[in-house]
Design a protein around this ligand. Structure first.
Ligand SMILES: O=C(O)CCC(=O)C(=O)O
Ligand SMILES: [Fe+2]
Length: 444
């Protein structure tokens, strides 16, 4: 994917949980100022009330009443003091807005950091994606990977989000035949099923995978690998062969909680927006997630992780330690793509990494470390190979993108299912071909 550095003004919050948590922080701050603003106003009102209560006055008092009032020496003195001193002081007090203006200004600053309309659009599309990917309206909800209850909740957010906008400005309404009926439905009890939607198109392979409808794979044995490299002999790893073609392995407990905590310790500012590129996912570029990529001079932890990948795979990982840490948002997904670029097919490609690929060979291997559990949604899907992997904290997936003869293997095309609950963090590294020319084991 391509990346771009976004300025604070055009942050898209919806595409990562990290950014959304920043938005929540902004809201907390706004609420604090609003609360203080309200209590400052309340204080003013309280002071005015005390003054008002201290003055007994008759709204319809006649001339005789007024004379009676000022004939009392105490009243006479109070009247003079009030009108001479208190009135102008009160006006000064009322006019002095410093204590409330501070809060208004702060709230103004926060308004500049709120989501723009594209972000709102992104959030709605995310909700729409959750609904159609998981086929939320159907009663025969996939039971395996997809939990009915949690997805129902997602559908309710979706309805609430749609309900919040009165005017349909969104292309997601294109699927709606009876718009006004549909809008009416939106205001009803979220427990009622929605009926005014067009007949659903036939599910794509990715959608079927995301709904847990891929056939179960062969019962492959999970075993400890203590042979592939010297490292494995003293630190055997639980490994699972997921598939032979494409060759995919899953390893368990390969990244420690302390390492994960360190890797996820990023502010939104340190992360950039990941965007689809025209090569792997043709069409309009879409925003995917927020990521932090570290390059060659990655720190100690990066080096340790890359060495671990070398130990796991038995491959020379080269000198580069470039790693990407990725955080997805709700409804966020990664459309089907390949990690290889297939330069033969796209010789004129002007992607920034083309030169590297020509020199170093295409992306041979992808390593994917899961840094969070994702119990529902958010699976990594290989639609052509009909494989779905549910992220499990500490696990790593490892696959070959190329055949032995270095030709791209289209069965490795993959996607990430829309996120429905929680925060999804992964660590990704691709390894280029030429680094491994002499070490790559023959697997055919
Ligand atoms: O997040 C995932 O499961 C896959 C990420 C991916 O496909 C990529 O970064 O190329
Ligand atoms: Fe990928």
């Amino acid at each position: 994917e391509e990346t771009s550095k976004d300025s604070p003004k055009d942050i898209i919050y919806s595409i990562s949980i990290r950014a959304l948590s920043e938005l929540r922080e902004i809201e907390n701050s706004y609420m604090e100022h609003l609360t203080n603003f309200a209590s400052s106003l309340q204080h003013k009102v309280d002071v005015l009330k005390v003054f008002i209560d201290s003055v007994t006055y008759e709204s319809n008092g006649g001339k005789a009443d007024r004379i009676r009032y000022v004939s009392n020496p105490l009243n006479f003195f109070r009247l003079v003091r009030r009108t001479h001193e208190d009135w102008s002081k009160l006006i000064t007090f009322i006019r002095d807005q410093k204590s409330v203006n501070v809060h208004i200004e702060e709230m103004h600053k926060l308004v500049n950091r709120t989501p723009n309309s594209e972000d709102m659009q992104e959030a709605l599309l995310g909700m729409d994606r959750i609904e159609h990917f998981y086929d939320l309206k159907s009663s025969d909800m996939a039971n395996g990977l997809v939990s009915d209850q949690q997805l129902q909740r997602a559908a309710q957010w979706y309805r609430l989000a749609l309900n919040a906008i009165s005017e349909p400005q969104n292309n997601i309404f294109c699927s709606v035949d009876h718009l006004s009926d549909y809008m009416k439905e939106l205001s009803q009890d979220p427990g009622l099923p929605l009926v005014h939607l067009k007949a659903k198109p036939i599910a794509t392979a990715v959608e079927r995978g995301c709904r847990g409808k891929f056939p179960p794979g062969p019962q492959l044995v999970c075993r400890y690998n203590s042979t592939s490299t010297p490292f494995m002999r003293y630190a055997p790893l639980k490994q699972e062969e997921i598939s032979r073609n494409p060759l995919i392995w899953l390893y368990h407990d390969v990244i420690y909680d302390s390492e994960i905590a360190q890797l996820k310790n990023l502010t939104r500012d340190e992360m950039i927006q990941g965007i689809t590129d025209n090569y792997t996912t043709p069409g309009k570029a879409s925003r995917l997630f927020h990521l932090k990529a570290t390059d060659d001079d990655g720190g100690k932890l990066d080096k340790a992780l890359v060495n671990r990948m070398a130990d796991i795979s038995g491959l020379d990982v080269g000198n580069t330690t470039s790693l990407a840490r990725i955080n997805y948002g709700l409804g966020g997904y990664f459309p089907e793509h390949s990690d290889y670029t297939d330069l033969k097919m796209h010789p004129a490609s002007n992607l920034w990494y083309t030169e590297e690929l020509i020199e170093e060979g295409d992306r041979l291997i992808t390593f994917l470390f899961y840094m969070t559990d994702v119990p529902v949604g958010g699976a990594t899907i290989f639609p052509e190979a009909e494989i779905a992997i549910q992220p499990k904290k500490g696990s790593a997936l490892f696959w070959y993108n190329l055949h032995n003869n270095c030709e791209p293997n289209p069965l490795t095309r993959h996607a990430v299912c829309p996120m429905t609950v929680g925060s999804r963090w992964v660590l990704v590294k691709s390894m280029l071909n030429y680094d491994h020319m002499f070490k790559k084991p023959c697997y055919k």
